[in-house]
Design a protein around this ligand. Structure first.
Ligand code: SF4
Length: 711
């Protein structure tokens, strides 16, 4: 495959987990060295077939020098790379020698490329000897990871994007696809316009833009998804949709799961009452699922970001396991990830509770083989701290050095003011990023400039397990370096020169590919080992391809999992998990009577460090707003368009109020993007309480009790 045609370079979008293929052409440079880059969708990429959303189309406008971190600094003073890398290595070494490997941590990001992620994971888990590397993907899809592992034995996404076009019923749960994964939404719009008989159901407390495509919208009470899907499980096992043959051959745990479901859902009337929708609508949804073998259930952060996130995931997976509707054309459960390389991070082991390459800490043989593969100095033997606990441990002084890479936890983590206090107290804070200004950089003792999109080169994996290349288009800004290079240089200075003597991203990817072969030998799902034979030229030309890969050129397949069983459990059978509806961990009260939900806007990404640059993206929503049902606002004497104070048990802020009937009574909504760096008062995470799911440790970002009052 050619990657250049008339100087158009094939690359991949920097933003969401759809992973759209992009073609970019550098047209000129201005006198400041800013590139003028034209961008269009890659018609050959199987994620988007030429489509791009507003954010993808504006990628070229983000390649400007404005706001870039251009050189390393120590305590705010410009420093050479050599000095800065020595400083970081010596700082980490000293703290590890004095307090042990668990006194340090890395907090990384779904914005990193697979090669960066791999090297960071190898350094922390294989050489420093701690599991303390976690990723901001913890906030995004760790509940799906845990749910997959409970049901399938591995973190496996069974289906592929082509199923969007082949399904007869698409159920979207906790997903505003139209805004958060716009190109997948465009694919659904096109499929439905070609085949109007295709039905769409949206399950979401809010009436979002996604609902404009829906035949049925179920505006359930926040947090009641388990009850809804337990009701569905009880209904399908009593119907012709129950696939006894598939269950007998391939699934365990059905009886217990159904018994638990029936406790939650003794009758459809009681389920409808509990979840807060009409009985007729609920019955309609259940009937449509029962009568539609080609049902695809697509879910996202409304499911994952919950203190019952893993149970919600398994409640959904249960309904597919008992109907045998999994891994088949047009039918299966589908977790849509948030970030461009959340999947790549999951794959290499970027979560604190995974060892590497879908191999787990509790498997002694896996630990032994990983240790041998890496020639590890000191392999971590147990999971490290997940994000929220990690920053608690920093506040408590247990973790004394943290290296934050390509993420902004002072804005994105719940109880964000406490995160700032934790960073303030930390002995050594290293931040590598491509921007010069964000809330986390304010606490950096060492700031290291990393290359950004358009400058860096490597691999990302999208939600359908498809690996695509990001390719460099323009020279690095200032003294910026690739993350893998920065991490490797620190590793060398810590005494691990041989293991981190990488000359290129290609070399790292080959090593990672070889490691997946080891995982495959141990019966894991992830295998891209044929790619270990790629040379630099092959790597540079690598087309988008889905794992597992049986040969280097098997990228034309649409590989699905589990249609004929073959789960990655010891007995190769899938697991229905008995789950029960639990109230969210925090409850509303007289003091905090409303539920705060948070989420993304259509034209912004995370903390706006890139999407905040193009004026056309800012025009969509120029300032943060709190969406409130008019009756809830009037009850507090709040006027449309006025500024209100919003408070929770952990913080308060002021924000403009927008009335909308799209909100349920008793629930309010605010976007996640604003921070102290780009707004005087819009950092919603300072309100979000740090409750987490007990299994996945994913924060409950969709359910915080708050109060509102006029300001
Ligand atoms: Fe980029 Fe996602 Fe938009 Fe595709 S849908 S162009 S990956 S932001």
């Amino acid at each position: 495959m050619t990657t250049k045609r008339e100087n158009w370079i094939k690359t991949t979008c920097a933003y969401c987990g759809v992973g759209c293929g992009v073609e970019a052409q550098v047209q000129s440079y201005d006198e400041l060295g800013n590139a003028r880059v034209k961008v269009r969708g890659d018609k050959t990429h199987p994620a988007n077939y030429g489509r791009l959303c507003s954010k993808g189309l504006a990628l070229g406008d983000t390649l400007v020098g404005e706001g870039r971190l251009l050189h390393p600094s120590i305590h705010g003073m410009r420093a050479s790379w050599d000095h800065s890398l020595d400083y970081v290595a010596k700082g980490f070494r000293k703290i590890i020698d004095q307090h042990g490997p668990d006194s340090v941590a890395f907090y990384v990001s779904g914005q990193l490329l697979t090669e960066d992620y791999y090297v960071a994971n190898k350094l922390m888990k294989g050489f420093i000897g701690s599991g303390n590397i976690d990723t901001n993907s913890r906030l995004c899809m760790s509940s799906s990871v845990a749910g997959h592992k409970r049901a399938f034995g591995t973190d496996t996404v069974p289906n592929v994007y082509a199923d969007f076009e082949q399904a007869n019923l698409v159920v979207m749960v906790g997903s505003n696809l139209a805004w958060c994964h716009p190109v997948l939404y465009q694919r659904l719009v096109a499929a439905k316009s070609q085949r109007p008989s295709m039905k769409i159901v949206v399950i979401d407390p809010r009436k979002t833009d996604t609902c404009s495509l829906a035949d049925l919208h179920l505006p359930i009470k926040s947090g009641t998804d388990v009850a809804l899907f337990n009701g569905l499980l009880a209904a399908v096992v009593a119907s012709e949709a129950f696939d006894k043959e598939y269950v007998d051959r391939h699934v365990e745990g059905v009886e217990k799961a159904v018994a638990a479901a029936k406790v939650d859902a003794p009758s459809i009337e009681e389920t409808a009452e509990l979840v807060g929708v009409s009985c007729d609508d609920l019955a309609c949804f259940y009937d449509w699922v029962i009568e539609t073998p080609k049902t695809l259930t697509l879910y996202s952060q409304g499911v994952n970001q919950s203190s019952a996130g893993v149970d919600k995931v398994n409640a959904i997976l249960n309904t597919h396991l008992v109907t045998g509707r999994i891994g088949k054309p047009g039918s299966g459960p589908f977790s849509v990830t948030g970030q461009p390389n959340a999947m790549g991070g999951r794959e290499v082991g970027g979560l604190a509770n995974t060892l590497a390459s879908h191999l787990e800490f509790d498997d002694e043989e896996a630990r032994e083989r990983v240790s041998q593969f890496w020639k590890a100095e000191r392999l971590a033997t147990a999971p490290g701290l997940p994000a929220v606990s990690l920053f608690d441990a920093i506040a408590e002084g247990k973790v004394k050095a943290v290296w934050v890479m390509a993420t902004n936890p002072a804005v994105s983590l719940p109880n964000a003011d406490a995160v700032k206090v934790a960073l303030e107290s930390c002995e050594l804070v290293v931040v590598s990023d491509c921007v010069s200004k964000n809330d986390t950089l304010n606490f950096a003792h060492v700031a290291l400039p990393a290359t950004g999109w358009g400058e860096k080169s490597g691999v990302v994996t999208n939600s359908e397990r498809r690996m695509s290349r990001q390719r460099a288009l323009v020279p690095a800004a200032g003294e910026a370096k690739p993350d893998w290079w920065i991490i490797s240089e620190v590793a060398k200075r810590m005494g691990y020169a041989e293991a981190f003597d990488y000359q290129s991203a290609a070399e790292i990817f080959q090593e990672y590919a070889a490691m997946t072969g080891l995982a495959a030998q141990m019966g894991r799902d992830l295998d891209i080992s044929p790619l270990k034979l790629m040379d630099e030229e092959d790597y540079n030309a690598m087309p988008p391809q889905q794992w597992p890969l049986k040969s280097p050129d098997s990228h034309t397949q649409h590989k699905r999992f589990f249609s004929e069983g073959g789960f990655f459990t010891p007995d190769a059978r899938g697991r229905c998990i008995a789950v029960s509806y639990q109230e969210p961990k925090t409850a509303t009260s007289n003091e905090f009577p409303l539920i705060l939900n948070t989420g993304r806007l259509r034209d912004q990404w995370h903390t706006m460090t890139r999407t905040g640059l193009p004026p056309k993206l800012n025009a969509h929503r120029p300032e943060p707003e709190l969406h409130v049902h008019p009756l809830d606002a009037k009850a507090e004497s709040i006027v449309e368009g006025s500024i209100a104070e919003v408070s929770s048990s952990v913080g308060r802020l002021r924000v403009r109020v927008r009335f909308t009937l799209d909100q349920r009574r008793g629930e309010v909504y605010m976007p996640i993007h604003w921070s102290d760096a780009n707004s005087s008062d819009g950092r919603v995470s300072q309100l979000v309480t740090p409750e987490v799911d007990p299994i996945s440790a994913q924060p409950e970002s969709k359910f915080t009790p708050v109060a509102i009052s006029p300001w």
